[in-house]
Design a protein around this ligand. Sequence first.
Ligand code: NAP
Length: 245
Amino acid sequence: MSKPVVLITGASKGIGAQCALTFAKAGYDVVINYSSSEAAALKVAKECEAFGAQTQVIQANVSQFNECEVMFNSVMTQMGRLDVLVNNAGIVKDNLVLRMSESDFDDVISINLKGTFNCAKLAAKIMMKQRFGVMVNVSSVIGLVGNVGQANYAASKAGIIGLTKSLALELGSRGIRVNAVAPGFIETDMTHALDDTIKQAMLNKIPLKALGQAQDIADGVLFLAQAKYITAQTLVIDGGLTHVG
Ligand code: NAP
């Protein structure tokens, strides 16, 4: 029997790349989507192959429905099935609301939220025919509690939680589960750019007194992919950050 297939958006680095390796180790064939970092995506594919996974690397900007359509068609042509979709691709364009440009708001919503909708819609069509499938959407604790300078990002990540619940309700009877993870502060390129004083202030607020690693999120994503009776949930993985006031 062929191995289950996972498609991970934004898998050229960070959390997405770690998800790719984690699913490969767990016995999945892996489709690695990226937007601009081709060399990095190919490197992730090689690393997955070392765990025995068959891989496919596909460039597509998730905010563009037609590019997503080509990507999902290509997955079905090459892999023949789609068991898990991880909607991970995401960006930040931070600024205070009064200084935030309309395009910075639109870009973040288009990639983070509409990109998740685009891929979920296309995956749902395939998974409904299969009568099985799982989606895990990568939200953020910022979508739960908000953050100064991240109104666009917070709106996109809160939107992902609402989208996740609605998808779960619409698709549950077809054997499709949909959940989200809400990472806290994770050490990746997205957070490396932050000032050391901001990082230290964040660290002081985290009960576990450590920043999260991409592996911590990948473990949660794999768990939700395999947790047969869990749907419509958001798993917070943040070292306790959002539990304290
Ligand atoms: P990252 O290291 O910056 O990686 C982002 C990934 O998304 C890259 O693979 C990038 O590919 C891809 N991407 C960006 N725009 C894309 C587009 N339009 N279409 C397809 N792929 C696109 O970020 P990360 O920290 O791993 O974050 C991954 C996810 O976790 C994001 O949704 C982020 O919001 C969420 N998250 C992160 C943290 C954190 O602390 N790091 C916390 C909470 C939630 P290219 O390089 O090819 O463009």
